[in-house]
Design a protein around this ligand. Structure first.
Ligand code: THU
Length: 239
């Protein structure tokens, strides 16, 4: 694939800025990253977060970030290259095959929950040592996410948002329900920021919360966020 095909996977209805990049992991695998905006702008995921956390959540480490254009200062590229000791390369013509995080073949809830708990081992939690995992149903299979923390607390992402970001960069947009687990907590429930993001992408889904006493709670996204922030006036396009 190439950068213009990857750009079609970005979600930028508020700016139209189809920013994308790829990360080459030390294993040689290529991870895609796309800009994913939110109606509440500060909840938007940058192309750097999207690609780097796709790589880190797979247990790989970033070696190079490859962009089709030059990064601008507001993308904090110097922070990201320093954080992971990786290089930036600009090569609009590059062709690549992307890593695919999809998990297929899990059909019953017991198997999904087992996988969900195992996934926590991939969380990147140097600050909190608190692991969270998420599995997002799509028409093609389950997309996994774990929380990824970095030296700047504000720039890490929750497991739910890593799953959504990976789904977009993998070209999956047909979302179903989401499973979430946080085995170190007596109680798991998505944070307020994630609720707003879930509301935007999974308005008709259920969120299945894996409480660690083996109870499961299933709630509708709309139940999680009554009086959500709305406002179609901000939307400029369907992209
Ligand atoms: N976290 C999640 O992954 N999901 C949530 O809904 C709440 C919090 C993560 C973020 C951070 O890595 C750690 O838990 C502590 O806040």
């Amino acid at each position: 694939m190439n950068f213009s095909e990857l750009a079609a996977r970005s979600y930028v209805p508020y700016s139209g800025l189809k920013q994308v990049c790829i990360v080459r992991g030390r294993s040689g695998t290529i991870y895609g990253g796309v800009r994913i905006e939110n109606l509440s702008y500060p909840l938007s995921i940058s192309r750097f977060q999207s690609a780097l956390f796709n790589c880190l959540a797979a247990g790989d480490s970033p070696e190079a970030i490859i962009l089709p254009d030059n990064p601008s200062h507001n993308e904090l590229h110097e922070y990201w290259t320093k954080e992971y000791g990786c290089e930036i390369e600009t090569d609009p013509g590059t062709e690549f095959t992307l890593y695919n995080p999809l998990i297929s073949g899990l059909n019953n809830e017991a198997d999904i929950l087992k996988k969900l708990r195992e996934l926590c081992d991939s969380a990147v939690t140097p600050n909190s040592d608190f692991q969270v995992s998420a599995l997002l149903e799509t028409s093609e299979g389950l997309i996994p996410g774990v929380n990824v923390e970095c030296s700047s607390w504000e720039l890490g992402l929750c497991a739910e948002r890593v799953a959504i970001s990976r789904a977009f960069s993998s070209g999956c947009t047909d979302f179903g329900d989401m499973y979430v687990s946080a085995p170190k907590s007596e109680y798991v429930s998505p944070c307020g920021g994630c609720r707003q993001v879930l509301f935007e992408h999974l308005p008709n889904s259920r969120i299945i919360l894996d409480q660690n006493d083996n109870r499961r709670m299933s709630v509708k996204t709309t139940q999680l966020l009554p009086y959500h922030f709305g406002g179609e006036v901000l939307r400029k396009s369907n992209s």
